[in-house]
Design a protein around this ligand. Structure first.
Ligand SMILES: *Cc1c(COP(=O)(O)O)cnc(C)c1O
Length: 389
């Protein structure tokens, strides 16, 4: 295990991102899914890890594609000089697709109107647009429904013939690939196979077939096809920790959220703490102020609820949050231990020193680790570590 990067003393809080861990995690996914390729999903600022540095690290680890939700995320990659294949999969009417086509960004379409919009941009740009066709195989989120699919294919065939678009992929998304034996998984795969047959029947070459997220990449071998879209695993977290922990999968969490105590004080038994005074200290105790709050992504749902709360590692031990998580700060109960302003507080990390992991925070807040890391806010500076930094 590489040493934790130094926590700078000049900022109240910092998110340390280990780029070597990201490259390592992509290698782990590649080994698991090969010969399928890996698309590293870097949407939402790379799940809070920083779009461009994370994308570069993922490419260094062998990802051959990058995936984002919005077209502007793809353009930010291009503006930073990232030239790898990029797919953007959320499109609304009115999105200007000309810059995407000019930049060679592939766009996903689920409907004829979206295809027409892309084909129009391609004609304006004077070059073919790369398109991925999204089909709904049962999640009822994005994607053409089985009823809409034939009409979309007809329109695609026409635009391929006209030289407006090139089909580079056909894809779908799982609802429950993390659940062992869930019947929706084979059902979605059957629907995908039917959609691929229909494409060929309409004279449309489906291009790269992709259906798997991180969970399916590890747990559903028959869903790997030509390419897997891995998000969470790239950042070192398990998509199903109750099934296999990140460590069991060979993954390394890339993010550490560290802070410095901003204030330390002694309070007498009976003192109430934070908004609503929902936490009352039973004995005289020492409280430490950790300068991160829900404005930085610490979940307010991880406030003390009378039984438990999120925990912050200070002075070698996990300390519970005393009372409510505020916008900019939380108070932790240090008991009778010595502490001073400036002491290191590890809020979230790989767990190497006993600090809470993203899975622990997810459990404390009743959410998922995806949300925990993705919400680490823009106010927290990112510092990059590792040979790739
Ligand atoms: C976010 C996303 C992924 C990545 O999912 P993980 O569970 O994080 O691996 C893959 N595909 C699509 C369409 C997504 O929106």
């Amino acid at each position: 295990m590489p040493p934790r990067p130094d926590v700078p003393a000049d900022v109240p809080a910092v998110a340390l991102v280990d780029l070597d861990a990201i490259a390592h995690n992509v290698r782990v996914v590649r080994r698991a899914v090969g010969p399928a390729q890996v698309m590293a999903v870097v949407k939402a600022d790379a799940y809070g890890h920083g779009l461009v540095p994370a994308a570069r690290a993922a490419l260094a680890g062998g990802a051959t594609w990058l995936g984002v939700a919005h077209v502007h995320e793809a353009l930010a990659l291009r503006a930073a000089g990232v030239e790898a294949d990029v797919l953007a999969w959320i499109l609304t009417p009115g999105t200007d697709l000309l810059p995407a086509v000019r930049a060679g960004v592939d766009v996903s379409v689920s409907a004829v109107w979206a295809l027409e919009q892309l084909a129009g941009a391609a004609r304006a740009a004077g070059r073919r647009a790369g398109v991925h066709l999204e089909v709904d195989t049962g999640m009822s989120r994005g994607g053409a429904s089985p009823a809409e699919w034939p009409a979309l294919l007809d329109a695609v065939a026409k635009h391929v013939e006209a030289g407006d678009v090139q089909v580079r992929g056909t894809w779908a998304h799982f609802a429950s690939a993390d659940v062992p034996g869930d019947p929706s998984v084979p059902s979605q795969l059957d629907a995908f196979e039917a959609a691929l047959r229909a494409a060929r029947d309409h004279g449309v070459d489906p291009g790269l077939r992709h259906h798997a997220n991180s969970a399916a990449a590890f747990f559903v071998p028959q869903a790997r096809y030509d390419l897997v879209r891995a998000g969470l695993a790239v950042y070192g977290l398990s998509p199903a920790p109750e099934r296999a922990t990140g460590a069991e999968l060979g993954l390394r969490p890339a993010m550490t959220l560290a802070a410095r105590l901003a204030h330390v004080r002694r309070v007498p038994a009976g003192a109430g703490v934070s908004y609503g005074l929902t936490y009352t200290v039973e004995h005289d105790t020492t409280l430490g102020l950790v300068p991160v709050g829900y404005g930085d992504g610490v979940p307010r749902h991880a406030s003390w609820d009378g039984h438990r709360s999120g925990e912050v590692l200070v002075g070698g031990a996990r300390r519970r949050i005393a009372g409510r998580v505020c916008m900019d700060q939380v108070v932790v109960d240090l008991g009778d231990d010595a502490a001073a302003p400036g002491d290191l507080a590890l809020v979230l990390g790989p767990g190497d020193d006993g600090e809470a992991t993203a899975d622990d925070w997810a459990a404390a807040a009743g959410t998922i680790s995806w949300e925990v890391v993705t919400r680490i806010g823009a106010r927290v500076p990112r510092r990059y570590a590792g040979a790739l930094a």
